[in-house]
Design a protein around this ligand. Sequence first.
Ligand SMILES: [Zn+2]
Length: 352
Amino acid sequence: MAINELTLRRASELRSVVDDYVDASTRALTARWAQAWQEVAQEWQDTIAVILARKAAGEPLTPAQITQLARTQRALAMTATRLQELASEIGPLLEGSVREVVERTADLTTGVAVSQMPPVDSKLLPSFTRVDQAALEQIIERSLGQIHASSLPLADDAIDALKSSLIRAVPSGWGPAAAASEMLKRTRSSFNGGLTRAMRLARTEMLDAHRAANTAQNAANPSVTAVIWHAELSSRTCPSCLGKHGTEYPPDTPGPFDHQNGRCTFIPKTKSWADLGFPDIEEPPDITLSVDDWMQSNPQDAVAALGPDRYRMLQDGQITLPDLTKRVDNPDWRPSYQATSLADLRKVAKNL
Ligand SMILES: [Zn+2]
């Protein structure tokens, strides 16, 4: 039962292990995109030079004519091929990391639970078994399937963006060198639009695979009686996560479903020492800091995190912590909890 220093440290270590895999994937994706851009950049430089030369020669190139130029068509075809290759590389590039994240989450999650056991001979403690490998494989498969499905449209979308950036006019007063550099910059940024999405995809899927493995492992440990929504309490924590911090759920609850890029975790809470069969060992209390106590002792951080209006409404008792967060369903993703708008909070306050 007692969540202690070691519990919190292990939970935060688990989280940094996952972050390391996410960061490594982000770097790998960025490197792939940079290399691919190198391969097509010269082609675009030449194409843009041709477009600008024709315009300078007095040819009134319409947007349609620009895209139909043989030179443009060639650059687009070459870029499309490269982007399709990139898109198809995303899945294989992330596979190893997804697998590691899931496996290591299963291992480290048990450590978080074990940290709460009473100080007795380990032979007297309940056994902690690792979640079924088949369950972990299923999580990995589902995650890789999602990555594959979401990677496919990346190339087409980037090509569409490239086409429209190409026909967007450069201010007429610009000289050819400035115009060429501006057009190349736009082309590159459309090309990299796919990278932004690939990075978001990697992050989202790896975190969700981590959460799924965490849930599966907690559900597989009979000594775990609940999971606690845990947010890092700081001046940068969002109101929604503050509304959720410390709330308790059954061990097999999927999640926590915080927002995109959310950093919350479920910390397993084990049976009380009495329920584990040690009624005579005095169990220390949970050290989980409640949001109320945190607000009391860190008013400046709390105002920064919540904004002055939410902070005041909470202090005045016009709203409660659960009012700060609401579930938002998303057809393309999972449901997530997001901050209730100030306008909605004011309605709650008024109806009091
Ligand atoms: Zn948040």
